[in-house]
Ligand binder design. Sequence first.
Ligand code: NAG
Ligand code: NAG
Ligand code: NAG
Ligand code: NAG
Ligand code: NAG
Ligand code: ZN
Length: 476
Amino acid sequence: MLLRYIILMAIMVNVSFQRIFSPQDALKCGSDRQFQTHFKPQLKQLSSEVRQIIEHIISPTNAGATYESLAYFVDKFGPRMAGTKQLEDSIDFMLDWLKKDGHDNVHGENVTIPKWNRGTEWAMMVKPRVKNLSILGLGYSVGTNGKTLEAPIMVVKSFDELDRRANEVKGKIVVYNFDFVSYGISVRYRSKGASHAAKYGAIAALIRSVTPFSINSPHTGTNSYDVNVTKIPAVSITVEDAQLFQRFTDRKEEVIVRLYSENNLEKEKAISRNTVSEIIGSKYPNQVVLVSGHLDSWDVGQGAMDDGGGAFISWRALSVVKQLGLKPKRTLRSVLWTAEEFGLIGAYEYARRHKNEMKDFVLAMESDIGTFAPVGITYSGTNLTSQCVIHEIMKMMAPINATRLSISTEGSDTEAFAENGVPITSLDTANEKYFYFHHSQGDTMTVENRDDLDKCLALWTSVSYALAALDLPIPW
Ligand SMILES: *[C@@H]1O[C@H](CO)[C@@H](O)[C@H](O)[C@H]1NC(C)=O
Ligand SMILES: *[C@@H]1O[C@H](CO)[C@@H](O)[C@H](O)[C@H]1NC(C)=O
Ligand SMILES: *[C@@H]1O[C@H](CO)[C@@H](O)[C@H](O)[C@H]1NC(C)=O
Ligand SMILES: *[C@@H]1O[C@H](CO)[C@@H](O)[C@H](O)[C@H]1NC(C)=O
Ligand SMILES: *[C@@H]1O[C@H](CO)[C@@H](O)[C@H](O)[C@H]1NC(C)=O
Ligand SMILES: [Zn+2]
């Protein structure tokens, strides 16, 4: 998950337009005629199928199946960065798997993507003593042109401090040692820190990793250069090294850092694919309930959490519906996005190509905040009847303790759908530790939990199936 989502989150933090659908809201459903007379009776009928879905997934025979399949995939392919053969091989493998699982209309859809390479990169502090630094160049960063840069550093805690001390910046390597407030707020230094420093003549920017917790792990992510500003290397450093630099600086000790980086963006673009499969609706095949996650990851870690788990509960939701022989009236479509990490590229390409069908999408769901213990979902639609429908479906999630409905416009790839007027849903999980692992070597299968993955799958399958199974026009 990345940049634009994050900026959205930053806005959310400020004006907080995420709210829980409260018992007071639920009371309003009691007097919503349309909901009471049309939807509630049908949802009641569907509740036995939803119970069947949940019981099937958590039954002793099937428990752990999502973990096992995700582990197999992640172990086999490792990280799947956009532009790599690993990602394309993993897409080919997924296409075969979906066919074997009996999905309909399994295919890839081409997407033109940027090709960024990390190459070799290293940094060391050479004064006041020699210390190697754990670094990760940021996505889209330039390198050091085959040279090794060496310069004194200048540590700032904020953009305000940088602006105030602008006349000291020229020729320095700027270090951002901001306090972690929230991802949405702190990530601004990662996305804009290099451009801001370059404007005042810095030769590189070292940016503290955007995480509340560290064991000397750098976290990557995209950097976005302003137009007309000199592109300087944008590099993440660890929380530990940022704080070390701060202490030396506070003691007025000069720190000199050496940096070498081959990071580069190729001129030529590459072709990747969104991975698409369906269960075609029996009555309204043109109406679509979309479930999704992104298959690409960063090149560090294994992309198990971001976003292997989200991708796997999405396609497996269709597999479960097939296994149970359920026949949704609308089409259930799974899309595993490509190149999310480089800017929601697969999803935006998809939205462009399918613009004419947007009116037929009932809901666009994405899981990209980690498949930890689920607490519920978020939903962006504003129509009360539709909120009551989803709220009623969420009540059926009591056996897995994940009944919460929040009204929120939050999403990452699904933003491309929201812009076309499609309501969006995100999985909601107890993901306090998400940013410990995010975009780092720590994103491995060890973060994933068998039971939590089962519960996430049960929730994801239930919500998407129930909406696809309703034999009523859904009032969005
Ligand atoms: C998709 O891209 C591949 C090259 O990677 C090309 O061979 C194929 O023709 C393209 N398909 C479509 C439908 O454009
Ligand atoms: C820094 O890393 C280099 C290359 O890996 C290694 O040769 C060197 O010994 C390390 N220096 C220190 C001080 O750890
Ligand atoms: C960038 O530079 C060009 C040419 O000097 C200018 O036309 C354009 O307005 C600049 N863009 C921004 C965002 O400053
Ligand atoms: C159910 O979930 C809530 C958070 O949504 C949590 O506080 C509570 O402990 C959970 N209960 C059980 C029995 O797991
Ligand atoms: C919700 O949608 C239904 C069907 O389109 C419509 O009749 C109803 O007025 C809407 N409710 C609100 C509060 O907009
Ligand atoms: Zn993600």
